[in-house]
Design a protein around this ligand. Structure first.
Ligand code: ATP
Length: 353
């Protein structure tokens, strides 16, 4: 059997009375992109930080390429590149100069700098100063920096946070091509759409626990999302009837999304009884997004128990972390009112910080 890139067993971490990671079993195969998915506060960053030896686990075991970590981290650290902390590049230096300095510091040949610039699509902009880079380019430079030592495993914690759509696409393409080269890419995200399309395998967590894992097709295929889109003239009336019948109903434009009813004919029957006639009935195919929403429904940290983003970040700075091995940012995408990420709200509205 091939060695897994990452394996955790019964991994657990608490902060005071808050359980951040709860008996987590992860199995990340070597090679390809693995999406590490879960709502905000579900324990992704804490898990990653434990794997990298930045936070001490309370209990459980972790292995990277078969090496027990953190005990054997020195033997395997050269094979691991991670972006979990703020980038530490010199703003007035060019991208190439920044990478040359880093390469010298870690003993990588200068030729490697040109290779990683090409790999991350930055070769044309290598002469530009870091300060003039877009957020997406800064993030790609952080990826380039992690590639200098040719790691077999790359760990990216929410790499697309704060990026615009083109920046997101660029990072996604970069991760995809790294996976295709046979490297293992672990990428965490609370926005499934950003990772779902490029991941070969996924682990979905909620409240620090594993909810589902495996090849994307299997994770989707193992579950049927019994949802039906229903079109009627009187959507409000139909909603009331279906709710009274104990079904879950979500208005979607002029349609209703109805769950928990495996037999669409019964929906027609229930409505016809009240003289509401269905003009459209469309079964909704399960996709990773709907599986994700289904699995993580209510699995985000309850709002009343959640510290604010600022408090949490302050908490992190105070906490038990020596400096991270690599550069990389956790910029927080702000909504128009500046209170939080524009796209952090899940179906149940409980994902925002
Ligand atoms: N240093 C810390 N001190 C106290 N509590 C913490 C600390 N770091 C994380 N937590 C808490 O642990 C839980 C898991 O947080 P974690 O950051 O690992 O989740 P996450 O899935 O990465 O979320 P996000 O996507 O918002 O970063 C949360 O309740 C968080 O508030």
């Amino acid at each position: 059997m091939s060695v897994l890139a990452i394996e955790t067993h019964a991994l657990r971490k608490t902060y005071g009375r808050r359980v951040a990671v709860n008996d987590l079993d992860l199995a990340v195969p070597a090679g390809g992109v693995h999406g590490f998915l879960g709502p905000n506060g579900s324990g992704k960053t804490t898990s990653i930080r434990m794997l990298l030896g930045l936070v001490r686990a309370d209990s459980g075991t972790m292995r990277i390429f078969g090496h027990d970590v953190p005990r054997e981290l020195p033997s395997v650290v050269a094979r691991v590149g991670a972006i979990v902390e703020s980038p530490k590049f010199f703003p007035t230096f060019t991208a190439r100069k920044n990478l040359n300095l880093l390469a010298d510091a870690i003993g990588a040949p200068r030729t490697r700098v040109e290779e990683v610039l090409a790999e991350t699509g930055l070769a044309d902009r290598a002469k530009d100063r870091y300060a003039g880079y877009s957020l997406g380019m800064k993030q790609r430079l952080a990826v380039a920096a992690t590639l200098l030592k040719s790691p077999d495993l790359l760990i990216f914690d929410e790499p697309t946070n704060g990026l615009d759509p083109s920046g997101i696409r660029e990072i996604r393409d970069t991760m995809r091509s790294l996976g295709e080269q046979g490297r293992t890419v672990l990428v965490s995200s609370h926005i499934l759409a950003e990772v779902g399309q490029i991941a070969d395998t996924v682990s979905i967590i909620g409240r620090g626990r594993l909810l589902a894992s495996g090849p994307v097709a299997e994770v989707i295929g193992n579950r049927t999302v019994d949802a039906v889109r229903v079109g009627v003239a009187d959507a409000a009336g139909a909603q009331a009837v279906l709710l009274a019948a104990g079904l879950r109903v979500t208005p979607e434009g002029d349609m209703l999304l109805v769950r928990d009813e495996p037999d669409p004919a019964r929906i027609t029957y229930l409505l016809a009884q009240r003289e509401i006639y269905v003009r459209e009935l469309l079964p909704v195919r399960a996709d990773l997004e709907s599986v994700f929403l289904e699995l993580t429904r209510g699995e985000g940290l309850p709002v009343e128990h959640r510290a604010s983003g600022r408090d949490r970040r302050r908490g992190r700075r105070r906490s038990d972390a020596p400096p991270a091995p690599q550069a990389g940012g956790r910029p927080v995408a702000r909504s128009a009112d500046g209170t939080g990420s524009a796209d952090e709200t899940g179906a149940d509205g409980r994902w925002d910080r």
